[in-house]
Write a protein that binds this ligand. Structure first.
Ligand code: ADP
Ligand code: MG
Length: 251
């Protein structure tokens, strides 16, 4: 059975794209077949993987019903559905479409039998609009990256409310896989107190793995590489491998 995981937080810069790419790569290292879908009109995941933001076929055309999800195989073994800058327009273009929140779920269900994946990871945009709702409706689990910074918790109530509504109306099976603390620097007292606050507030919903601040994680996408291709011995690679181990155990 394919497990669909949406990586969500309407705040930008919290580590959604970094988590999607490197968790996908870590699961692939664990011999899983993994697809990563770029649902963000900034197309950061697409570019992080070394693809152009001007790919001919993208998730945008697929969402508009022009063709199935376009799968691009990367040399390292991951498969990507690229995005493009036009994707943001889909939010308003699809507004009158019946069942507009269900489009992505339908596209994933229609992947051919020969292209079945163990994991489908969806990189969400920094909003709670229609594209994110599509990801939440398609997902079995959510992973919520939270940056170990001041005001990290602001906005969590909003996310939890949206999850509750999606469960009620669109996707009763949606589970919180976990909150993951990112860009953590143990030398900073503030980082430590934010991490403690997140753990106190969400207890068993927080992954044990904490993603440390690691410059290699910021450098790898510039080279179009994931962390295992860029520097498999670094802290970032170690942390995402440890997160993958926890994700493998999700029931
Ligand atoms: P989002 O997708 O939520 O907007 P990104 O994954 O793009 O966030 O991360 C924001 C920025 O922080 C990027 O430049 C990324 O390379 C950097 N970054 C993310 N996680 C880490 C980390 N653990 N250590 C260092 N830099 C990171
Ligand atoms: Mg992003």
């Amino acid at each position: 059975m394919t497990k669909v995981i949406a990586v969500l937080n309407h705040k930008g810069g919290v580590g959604k794209t970094t988590t999607t790419v490197n968790l996908a790569a870590a699961l692939q290292q664990k011999k899983k077949r993994v697809l990563a879908i770029d649902m963000d009109g900034q197309a950061n995941l697409t570019e992080s993987c070394g693809l152009s933001i001007e790919e001919e076929r993208t998730v945008y055309g697929a969402m508009k019903g022009e063709y199935p999800l376009p799968l691009v195989g990367l040399s390292g073994g991951l498969t990507i559905v690229p995005s493009c800058l036009d994707l943001s327009a889909a939010e308003s273009e699809l507004i009158n479409e019946p069942g507009r929140e269900l489009i992505l779920k339908g596209l994933i269900a229609k992947l051919p039998e020969s292209r079945k994946f163990d994991y489908v990871l969806i990189d969400c945009p920094p909003s709670l609009g229609l594209l994110t709702l599509n990801a939440l409706t398609a997902a079995d689990y959510l992973i919520i990256p939270v940056q170990a910074q001041f005001l990290a918790m602001r906005g969590m109530t909003k996310i939890m409310n949206v999850i509750a509504t999606v469960r009620e109306r669109l996707n009763p099976g949606l589970a919180i896989g976990g909150i993951v603390i990112t860009q953590f620097d143990r030398r900073k007292t503030l980082n430590k107190s934010v991490a403690e606050l997140v753990k106190d507030s969400f207890c068993d919903k927080v992954f044990k793995t904490v993603i440390r601040d690691n410059v290699a994680l910021a450098e790898a996408p510039i080279k179009g590489k994931n962390i295992f291709e860029y520097n498999k011995g670094c802290k970032g690679a170690e942390d995402y491998m440890s997160l993958a181990q926890e994700v493998l155990k999700l029931k």
